[in-house]
Design a protein around this ligand. Structure first.
Ligand SMILES: Nc1nc2c(ncn2[C@@H]2O[C@H](COP(=O)(O)OP(=O)(O)OP(=O)(O)O)[C@@H](O)[C@H]2O)c(=O)[nH]1
Ligand SMILES: [Mg+2]
Length: 249
């Protein structure tokens, strides 16, 4: 069950409901007029009554220097006795993310960090600093806006990325998840027999798009992430959609 305890940001509850629906998790909410502590208290009771296996409490974003809101989190921790306290930080903010992690860890003794926006123009060096400053592990990473862009964190892959060596393991994972081996063999045969047609080409474009687009794939190839030519290349997924009707004419 997801508990909507962000009563401050407009539409935060609606956003959680949309996410909950997409992953099949019920959402407990009491609107925006109830104190988050009370929402958590009642939400936890409801989850116990429902026999829910997991409860995620979504709290509002805040700065580590906001004493009133940090106290709210300490109170919620007292009420809910969470197994995990995960701090979500944006990798693009670099050193600021490290400062936030340090502040939150000092005040709440977090159990881990979710590092998001790794699909942006950053190598993710913040991961190293956060780990070294807080001593707490990065547990998940975000590499895009959709749910399937949230991944378990693998330190060796991040090390390769920071060193500019690409991320072949994630690329292989993605390929294995999205490509059908038999279909790939058929395509290879078609190309050899010179019978590869526009319908096959459309299939191939769809498969590449389902892996997150050409740009994201290229970045995972060793040496490509920092290739100046690639930096200037921008392939809008819409361009691929525009190409499709041309192929079927
Ligand atoms: N590109 C990209 N976008 C992301 C990623 N993670 C989250 N986003 C987007 O960033 C925006 C903010 O995400 P939220 O989940 O609302 O962030 P939040 O930390 O809950 O923010 P508050 O509730 O305001 O504290 C949304 O549009 C997300 O889709 C990521 O890893 N990559
Ligand atoms: Mg939020």
């Amino acid at each position: 069950m997801l508990i909507a305890a962000d009563v401050y940001r407009p539409a935060a509850i609606k956003q959680l409901q949309v996410v909950g629906e997409s992953v099949g998790a019920p959402v407990f909410e009491m609107g925006t007029d109830t104190d988050p502590r009370e929402i958590v208290r009642q939400g936890m009771a409801q989850a116990a009554a429902n026999h829910n296996d997991y409860v995620l409490i979504d709290t509002a974003g805040r700065l580590q220097i906001d004493a009133k809101l940090m106290q709210e989190l300490q109170d919620i921790k007292e009420i809910a006795h969470p197994n995990e306290i995960l701090l979500t930080v944006d990798a693009m903010t670099g050193q600021a993310a490290v400062d936030v992690a340090q502040g939150f860890n000092e005040q709440l003794d977090i159990t881990g960090v979710v590092l998001t926006k790794l699909d942006g123009d950053t190598r993710g060096g913040a991961a190293l600093s956060i780990r070294s400053v807080t001593g707490k592990p990065i547990k998940f990473i975000g590499q895009g806006e959709k749910m399937d862009a949230l991944d378990v964190f693998y330190p060796d892959r991040m090390a390769n990325r920071i060193l500019g060596m690409g991320d072949m393991l994630t690329l292989i994972d993605k390929a294995q998840k999205n490509f059908d081996e038999q279909q790939a063999a058929e395509v290879a045969e078609k190309i050899q027999a010179n019978t590869f047609d526009f319908n096959d080409f459309i299939d191939q474009m769809d498969q590449v798009q389902s892996m997150g687009g050409i740009e994201d794939i290229m970045k995972m190839i060793p040496g490509m992430a920092n290739n100046p030519q690639l930096k200037n290349m921008h392939v809008d997924p819409k361009d691929m959609d525009h190409m499709k009707p041309l192929c079927t004419q």
